[in-house]
Write a protein that binds this ligand. Structure first.
Ligand SMILES: Nc1ncnc2c1ncn2[C@@H]1O[C@H](COP(=O)(O)OP(=O)(O)OP(=O)(O)O)[C@@H](O)[C@H]1O
Ligand SMILES: [Mg+2]
Length: 508
């Protein structure tokens, strides 16, 4: 065997994957060294996840080879890759909630003594994996369901390591993590490097790429554009390689002047929200910023009737609205787009067009005398897919097969086809690449310019600061500040979203 790079632990040569109507990966040659973190970046649909799935045995390549530890590898399924030493940690974790950490780490391979599980050995082995990789703080006996998401991800990494992984594939690992959890992941990654493990790190967050990687491999339209040592790249360079053009200053407020209040919440309380009052004006973009668990999602859901309230009222155009279900909200002109693409928003197994029109059909659009009008339905769906620049060979493609970012665009199309007056967007840019983010910021500004009212929840500080006319910060179920104009600064937003008083309650 003749590898091109003698240090490489993993190499691909001319790796190609063709799906009906798309070349997802086109002739990609990549190499990963032991003890190296290789960043893999590119726009939505560039082929990053496809590459990871080829390396982990989920897909078989259409063409090209994979070399692992100096040998040509042919993985027939994920287990082959796992047994060989390549582990993948997906964004949606695959743990069994009611089992302990140790049982999850050694799932299907619990050590036995005769007919019985050797619990002592199980805990011992798990503890040793955890401490080797710098995750000492995790109790092998803890039940997974009780753990915060960041710790769950560490358990998933420990599980990967229990297979004696030499290569770890991380596909957008930080998308559900909070700041301290990200720091923790980075320290685990550093420890794994010292152990000689090679890591491929996929992310849309270039700041993370600069922090953890040693080299960066850029893909565009399934092809390699460039591979560079991280120290030789900067953000502008990577972005221009990813999108094939120069992009500067992607944030965008647009031209619009807020008018009268169209949505008003007063004293909303439930098991999480504490006396939240909120206003939104016509032709206005409001940003809501708070950490995970601050109540930001719950606030949006409470306003469309997706959460039962203990107290409080929601007024639409000055009148108290009794919204018991998000469909009631749609009929009043308010649409909510969930952050939970897979769980609440999309119907996997169904084509793009059906997903886009799903809510519209529910409120009686594209139907006549009880019959659906599929031609009109399809045409409208196609228009919105085009408007949002959903990249797919056709609108008949199953949304399951779309890249993460394109799934997000389908979610937005599904909301906007309602022609809502009031648009509530929860994390509209999660998992979306820079180019597409810019499109979404423009879209939000355009919605406001058309006289609509937009609220968006985000955990990305620069986009809140760059795109909102007014910002509410939230912490522990309360609104801790309302910022406008010059008050919208990074310092202020962070200060208020962390504000918690001695009693554990957020204050203003
Ligand atoms: N199973 C599949 N069937 C058909 N097409 C697919 C399948 N999986 C991926 N694709 C297509 O292949 C292309 C590459 O998708 P991939 O998921 O690899 O992109 P990505 O770089 O991970 O994007 P994102 O940043 O949005 O996650 C896309 O056009 C996608 O629609
Ligand atoms: Mg992906």
């Amino acid at each position: 065997m003749e590898t091109m790079n003698p240090k490489a632990i993993l190499e691909t040569r001319n790796l190609t994957k063709v799906f009906p109507g798309v070349i997802a990966l086109d002739d990609v040659s990549l190499s990963l060294n032991a003890g190296e973190v290789l960043g893999l970046v590119g726009e939505n649909g560039a082929g990053k996840s496809t590459l990871m799935k080829l390396l982990s045995g989920v897909y078989a390549p259409t063409r090209g080879e994979i070399y692992f530890s100096g040998r040509k590898a042919q993985f027939r399924n994920p287990k082959d890759a796992l047994d060989a030493g390549i582990s993948i940690v997906y964004q949606e974790l695959n743990l069994i909630p009611h089992l302990s950490v140790a049982e999850n780490v050694f799932i299907n391979r619990l050590p036995r003594r005769g007919a019985f599980v050797d619990w002592a050995k199980l805990y011992r082995d798990t503890r040793s994996i955890l401490s080797d990789s710098g995750m000492d703080g995790i109790d092998p006996k803890a039940i997974v369901a009780d753990l915060p998401i960041g710790v769950k991800q560490s358990v998933e990494i420990a599980k990967a390591l229990s297979y004696k992984a030499k290569v770890l594939l991380l596909d957008e690992p930080t998308s559900s993590l909070t700041g301290p959890e990200i720091e923790n992941l980075f320290s685990v990654i550093r420890r794994l490097r010292e152990m000689g493990i090679g890591i491929i790190y996929v992310s849309h967050h270039l700041d993370e790429i600069f922090q953890v990687t040693q080299r960066v491999h850029v893909l565009r339209d399934g092809k390699t554009v460039v591979v560079v040592p991280t120290v030789e790249a900067d953000e502008e360079f990577l972005v221009s390689k990813m999108v094939g053009r120069d992009i500067k200053n992607i944030y965008y407020k647009g031209q619009h002047t807020p008018q009268e209040v169209v949505l008003q919440a007063e004293g909303l309380s439930d098991n999480l929200l504490k006396n939240v009052s909120f206003k939104l004006r016509k032709s206005e973009v409001v940003g809501v910023y708070g950490l995970l668990g601050s109540g930001r999602t719950e606030l949006l859901k409470a306003m469309v009737g997706a959460r039962p309230l203990k107290k409080g009222t929601v007024k639409v155009r000055g009148k108290v609205a009794k919204l018991r279900h998000p469909l009631d909200a749609i009929k009043t002109g308010i649409v909510y787009s969930s952050e939970d693409r897979k769980g609440e928003n999309l119907f996997f197994g169904n084509p793009i067009w059906k997903n886009i029109t799903y809510l519209a059909i529910q409120v009686g659009r594209f139907t006549k005398n009880g019959f659906t009008l599929p031609r009109q339905e399809r045409r409208a769906a196609a228009d919105f897919a085009a408007k949002l620049n959903v990249k797919a060979p056709s609108i008949d493609v199953d949304v399951y097969n779309l890249s993460g970012g394109n799934q997000q665009k389908v979610c937005l199309a599904k909301a906007l086809i309602e022609d809502p007056e009031i648009v509530l967007l929860d994390e509209p840019t999660r998992g979306i690449d820079v180019g597409a983010k810019l499109e979404i910021y423009r879209l939000i500004a355009d919605l406001a310019a058309e006289g609509r009212a937009v609220v968006f929840v985000s955990s990305e500080l620069p986009e809140v600061i760059g795109c909102a006319d007014r910002v509410y910060t939230m912490s522990e179920g309360r609104i801790t500040a309302e910022l406008t104009g010059d008050e919208i600064t990074e310092e202020n937003v962070l200060k208020y979203c962390l504000q918690v008083d001695a009693a554990g309650e957020a204050t203003t």
